[in-house]
Design a protein. Structure first.
Length: 575
């Protein structure tokens, strides 16, 4: 790591200088290092250290600078402002870091020193319903997180907690039987139509509604015929989900499905164990848990219902069973829930009860990756003109069609087959990037023109930078000399410093679970490369600059491709 990430040796040297100036205890202060407009990096540590030592921060910073070793890493260290330390690196050190990064198949990103078993719970559509735009964010944010953690070397257990149990299945199964009796073996693949017809019949026909309720009892009781019909609905839905995931380039597979029904046999024991532990009691006929710290406007404690008045179980019971199973059986030490922000209090209460019950010990991290909504141009929830949710399939169809038009207008010389491949990558990539580029906790406006633009922080812009480099490398037909990277010009230095941030960026995404940080990095890298390309001749340069710059280009392309892949986005070689 020290040969690739400049922050690592800088941190080592700063800690050594602090220790030399003020002792081992002072060296425990974490030196905050970030890029600076005034130097390569700026260290922000003297303010905190000065407060701890009761000394003037500038004097502290000067004492640290005085004790920094003269070596081949730091070319200059200067105190600035109220006590910042501006650091400039030796060009030779930067070149060495770039060369190590170029020769590393992981582009300088280290594997996790202590790999963990991580559950990522994401997507979670409902059986017998079409996926709509509301499922988009959970699916692609969760997949990006799973990809990043997998790349780091963690064992990632994807869990697709689909809605595959409960009262609606009574009406769905009865409708399936009615269609079969009428000689029309229903095509469950027509998800929305099938569900709407069952719902309408349930609301309009009291006899059908009674049959549906009785069917729920049979389902919960394990009736063989009912379970077989239920399984058919599940299998057909999972095939449909898998087709959507394949179009989206998402890594969820049928074997990752672990729906609500997975925990049915455990729900009674979950409630009984909570009661034994004194964590659940009767309240208005229901069994509830009252974790501390959750109260309503009236000051009363908010209940987490684990068994309803009618004896049935709730989503909370299933979620608690899932936490217990994921810790005890899957041995997860980090469980990540990619679920919309409106579920924040529900999950916080589930987490609190799981902690109190001992099902999630202190060494297990429970994390809610909350996200906002996708809005239309009217700043309201994105819907069709008819007022219904936009289906994910129709959204992807439109993305592909719009991308085709863009590709044909910008790349008319490419053959039709190549245009189609590029359009597929651009269309799907643009939709995913436009979502991921936003801070996930915020709502965002869905804007076709912006997301398909070749300007700005968009997938097409980053993709084009990668394709442009690949075109350059094809024209070069390889370096003519030894392809060792040199850092001599201002633009080469800027590109090297940007490339050196890749490992730290991936680490930040893995820690913060914020994919927009990676999008921002890739855009900045593409911008920095464009400036390098426009100011540093490559093919027409003399040796050894030509070979060095070609190596710089190849490294940049590999980082762009790797970064896009971690987001689940393709990087075409031609655009």
């Amino acid at each position: 790591m020290s040969t690739v990430d400049p922050q690592f040796p800088l941190r080592q040297r700063l800690e050594g200088a602090i220790r030399a100036a003020y002792g081992d205890e002072a060296a425990a202060v974490d030196p905050m290092i970030h890029r600076s407009a005034h130097a390569d990096y700026q260290a922000d540590l003297a303010l905190a250290l000065g407060k701890k030592l009761k000394k003037n921060p500038r004097e502290v910073a000067a004492a640290i600078v005085e004790r920094l070793p003269a070596d081949d890493v730091i070319a200059q260290a200067v105190v600035s402002g109220p006590g910042f330390i501006n650091l400039t690196l030796h060009s030779r050190f930067l070149a060495h870091a770039m060369e190590a990064m170029r020769l590393d198949e992981r582009q300088g990103v280290p594997s996790a020193q202590s790999p963990e078993r991580v559950v990522v719970d994401y997507s979670g559509p409902n059986v017998a319903k079409e996926m709509h735009v509301g499922h988009l964010r959970s699916t692609i944010i969760g997949d990006a997180i799973a990809r990043v953690l997998t790349f780091q070397g963690h064992t990632v257990l994807r869990q697709n907690h689909i809605g595959d149990w409960g009262t609606p299945f009574g009406m769905l199964i009865e409708h399936l039987l009615d269609e079969r009796a009428a000689g029309d073996d229903a095509n469950v693949s027509e998800m929305s139509a099938f569900y709407r017809a069952a719902r309408a019949k349930f609301d309009a026909d009291p006899g059908f509604a009674d049959r549906a309720r009785r069917r729920v009892v049979l389902l919960q009781g394990g009736d063989a015929e009912t379970l077989a019909l239920w399984r058919r609905l599940i299998d057909q839905s999972v095939r449909y989900f898998s087709a959507v995931y394949a179009r989206l380039g998402v890594t969820l597979r049928p074997e990752h499905v672990a729906g609500e029904s997975t925990y049915n046999a455990q729900l009674g024991d979950v409630v009984a164990e909570l009661e034994r532990l004194g964590l659940a009691r009767e309240s208005d006929g229901a069994i509830c848990s009252f974790p501390p710290g959750f109260s309503g406007r009236d000051g009363e404690q908010v209940p987490l219902i684990v068994r309803k008045q009618d004896g049935g179980y709730s989503y909370a019971t299933t979620d608690l069973a899932a936490v217990r199973y994921r810790v005890r059986t899957l041995d997860a030490v980090r469980i990540i829930y990619v679920i919309g922000a409106p579920q924040s209090q529900h999950l916080a209460m589930v987490f609190a009860v799981a902690r109190l019950a001992g099902w999630a010990p202190d060494n297990v991290r429970l994390e809610h990756v909350a996200f906002g909504s996708v809005l239309g141009s009217d700043k309201k929830m994105l819907k069709t003109r008819a007022g219904t949710p936009v289906t994910l399939a129709s959204l992807l169809d439109e993305a592909l069609e719009r991308a085709r038009n863009v590709v044909k207008s910008k790349m008319p010389d490419l053959d039709e087959a190549t245009q189609e491949v590029i359009a597929g990558a651009v269309g799907i990539g643009a939709v995913k990037y436009a979502d991921l580029v936003n801070d996930r906790v915020k709502d965002y406006v869905f804007d076709w023109d912006r997301m398909l633009s070749f300007d700005g922080n968009t997938a097409p812009y980053v993709m084009y930078a990668h394709a442009r480099i690949q075109s350059l490398l094809r024209k070069a037909d390889g370096p003519t000399g030894e392809p060792a990277i040199r850092v001599e010009t201002t633009h080469e230095r800027a590109l090297a410093l940007e490339l050196a941030q890749f490992a730290a960026t991936v680490s930040k995404v893995a820690d913060s679970l914020q994919p927009h940080r990676l999008c921002g990095y890739l855009h900045e890298l593409a911008v920095t490369f464009t400036s390098f390309y426009e100011n540093c001749p490559v093919l027409k340069a003399d040796e050894p600059e030509r070979s060095s710059r070609l190596a710089f280009c190849a490294l940049t392309a590999s980082v762009l491709a790797r970064g896009l892949d971690l987001l689940g986005i393709a990087a075409p070689d031609r655009m």
